[in-house]
Each structure stands twice: as structure tokens, then as C-alpha cells.
Design a protein around this ligand. Sequence first.
Ligand code: TYD
Length: 206
Amino acid sequence: MRGLFIVLEGPDGSGKTTQITCLQQYLESRGRDCLVTREPGGTRIGEAIRKIILDPDYREMADVTEMLLYAASRAQLVHDVIGPAIEEGKIVISDRFVDSSIVYQGIARGLGTETVDLINAPGIGTYKPDLIFFIDIPEEEGIARKMQQKKLDRLEQQSIDFHRMVSLGYRRVLENRPEVIRIDGCRPVEEIQNEIIEHILGYIIS
Ligand code: TYD
């Protein structure tokens, strides 16, 4: 039996990580075997790549290098973690997947969505998300939230225009796709959580 592949997408500061933690607790309390992972990272090699990609010191990183590093981290994650877990029938919850690259590198960096698709295809193989929750927040809101929280990483330090392109890009790339559920990220955490759980319950037999 194949498992279920759930992805949370959204701009920086949209609250994905908080939602994933709550969701994992909920599913485990119901006895579901679930596995949470993040991008970039989630494997030994992926975490090493994450350090390189997000380090603000690497100001000189070319956009193409950035795209290839994200794709490399993802390929290892699918190979080591996502693929095996889905084949074992687990519920996999991933903090970001290929649509992050389509939006950040394809649209905001301007490398083109087809190029990003092509580069990522060999690493992803047949593993496509069954459900994508898109946590949508107003353009400037997310990065403003991040600024209050911590030191910004290399991607978060991009201009406000970059983050605006990310928000608009997400809306464009994820609209009219049957597996995508758009969630209004400006509401209280519990309200968002309940909406996510309601959708998931339709997919899992409890
Ligand atoms: P993330 O781990 O979600 O950030 P944080 O945990 O600090 O909120 O993602 C790190 C950054 O990488 C984020 O700015 C989005 C960016 N990113 C891409 O540009 N392309 C990608 O393919 C992925 C997965 C992330």
C-alpha cells in the first residue's frame, strides 16, 4: 500500500513549520505512522547542502548554482526518505517540495519554470504530492514576521521585491491545481490547523 504525500508550501514566515508540528502531533495521537521532513535538508547530504545554500556569507552564489543545489538536496531526500516511506505506507509531511523551486528559482530568480521542472524531474521520479497546502499571506507580512524572529538567512535577506515575486509566483503556480488547497494564513493557528485536518481526514481512513 502506498502512503500519503503531503506538502506545505508558502512564502517565508507563512507559519508552515508551526502547522507541521501540530499536524504531526495530531496524526500520531490517532496512531498514524507519519514522517516529517524539510527542504532543503532532511538527509545528511541535504543538511550539508542546506548550510551552503542559506549561508549569508556566500553572496556570490549564482542563481543557477542555487537551483542545482536545491535540486540535489531534493534528489537525496526522495531517494533516502520520501520514496522508501511512501512505499512503506507512511504519511509523509514535507516542509516545502519542488513548487518552492518553481516559485523561488523559476519565477523570483527568473530562471524559468520549465527549466526548474526539467532539472528536478530525474530526482523526483514518480513521487508527486497527493495534497499541497498553500499557506497564503499578504506580500510583506511573512518577511516582517521573520525579521522579528531571528537572524535572516541568505534567501530571507533578498529584497522586498523578491519576496513580492515569491508571493505572486505561488498564487500563479498553485492556482487551479486539484491537489492544492489554499489556506488563508492570517487567521489564528488553531483555525488553520482545523482546516488542514478536515481536508486530510478525507484522505485517511481512521
Ligand atoms: P525554509 O527551511 O522553509 O526556511 P525557514 O525554516 O528558515 O523558514 O526554507 C529556506 C529558504 O529556502 C526559504 O527562503 C525558501 C528557500 N527555498 C528555495 O528558494 N527553493 C527551494 O526549492 C526550497 C525548498 C526553499
